[in-house]
Design a protein around this ligand. Sequence first.
Ligand code: FE
Length: 211
Amino acid sequence: MTTTESGSPAPVSGTFPVTDEEIAARVKALESLLIDKGVTSELAVDKIAEMYEREVGPHLGAAVVARAWTDPEFKQRLLDDATEACREMGIGGMQGEDMVVIENTGDVHNAIVCTLCSCYPWPTLGLPPNWYKAPAYRARMVKEPRTVLREEFGVDLPEQTEIRIWDTSAEVRYWVLPQRPPGTEDMTEEQLRELVSRDSMIGVGLVAAPA
Ligand code: FE
């Protein structure tokens, strides 16, 4: 049996990350089954995929972050009730009914995972990346987040920074308000949006200061 560095059994279904081919095969199988059973139709599946490809994506979350960085009252509303604050900006819907935003500070770094499956705030971050759904990410992120952040994502946090991992579920969909980088004081909300990456809102990346 393979073990992880902490000595516990490694996740059974393989390596990190899962390949695109594996995921495509699983999706295809599931889709066929759901269509066969009459749960959904091919048209509905295509429509949803198209919407998430073209309209919904991390650019919406980035707009929320940029606004929070520039408008303290909005930021407070976002931290108090993310679903409602996003709705103010016309952002919301399926898989985002109960969003909670947690703020990164100099002392605490937050990151999200769904240990059970792949729950994720779709309205603000789009569809989850493949690695987010991989068993190895889901298992290791809770056991050894500092190592995963450093080795898999190149985020080397100072020892004194506390790392908190939030287990996102179908009931509560967490995402992260990253720290505004220094040197951005003169930037507009529109310019700030461009800096904010998907990974920084998952908590596996930092927002880099502009070059
Ligand atoms: Fe899940």
